[in-house]
Design a protein around this ligand. Structure first.
Ligand SMILES: CC(C)(COP(=O)(O)OP(=O)(O)OC[C@H]1O[C@@H](n2cnc3c(N)ncnc32)[C@H](O)[C@@H]1OP(=O)(O)O)[C@@H](O)C(=O)NCCC(=O)NCCS
Length: 153
């Protein structure tokens, strides 16, 4: 049977639809710094943003955003539209994602919340190995960073 979806690269005029999908899947909000210019910069730096599109409706039903830091790929915002979940569509989206890492010949890493059992099962059944025992830290507020006083400055 022919698939009713295809993969393509993100285009800037997908942005509104993608934000919509990220809100529905709990993947994004403005505090995370996921704006269009961040996406575009990540692509310029060698990342990839895959969009999964339903062919009949041209709806965006999945996203996979990979950033590249020169060392590894980090996978972000991997998600399927809730209306399309449970149809095993995340598996081909993950395969397409891993194809990019394979072709680039670099490692791929991701973070997933410990309670996100669906995603954990998906990743562990599809090649990812649990690193374990690490705690993840971030300075979310760039303003806070700016306000850090360095006596030497
Ligand atoms: C995680 C997500 C992409 C999985 O997609 P999905 O459409 O729900 O799941 P699929 O039907 O594609 O199933 C694929 C695999 O996921 C796992 N899975 C799906 N539903 C599951 C459930 N209820 N319990 C446990 N594992 C489950 C299974 O491994 C399944 O493969 P299997 O059928 O061979 O067992 C999707 O639920 C999603 O977008 N969630 C919100 C966003 C998110 O949390 N993304 C991950 C951020 S790191």
């Amino acid at each position: 049977m022919m698939n009713n979806y295809s993969f393509r690269d993100f285009k800037s005029n997908d942005y509104a639809e993608v934000i919509d999908l990220w809100e529905k899947t709990g993947l994004g909000n403005k505090d995370r710094g996921d704006d269009l210019s961040t996406i575009q910069l990540s692509l310029k730096l060698g990342g990839k943003f895959l969009v999964m599109e339903e062919l009949s409706s041209r709806r965006i039903i999945g996203t996979s955003w990979m950033t590249f830091d020169g060392r590894r790929i980090h996978l972000h915002h991997f998600g399927i539209d809730p209306e399309y979940q449970g149809r095993r569509l995340s598996i081909p989206l993950l395969e397409e994602t891993l194809r990019f890492a394979r072709d680039k010949k670099v490692q791929i890493k991701l973070e997933v919340h410990k309670d996100n059992l669906k995603a954990i099962e998906l990743y562990t059944k599809n090649h990812f190995k649990y690193l374990g025992d690490y705690k993840i830290f971030i300075i979310r507020s760039v303003k806070e960073l700016k306000d850090i006083g360095y006596d030497q400055d």
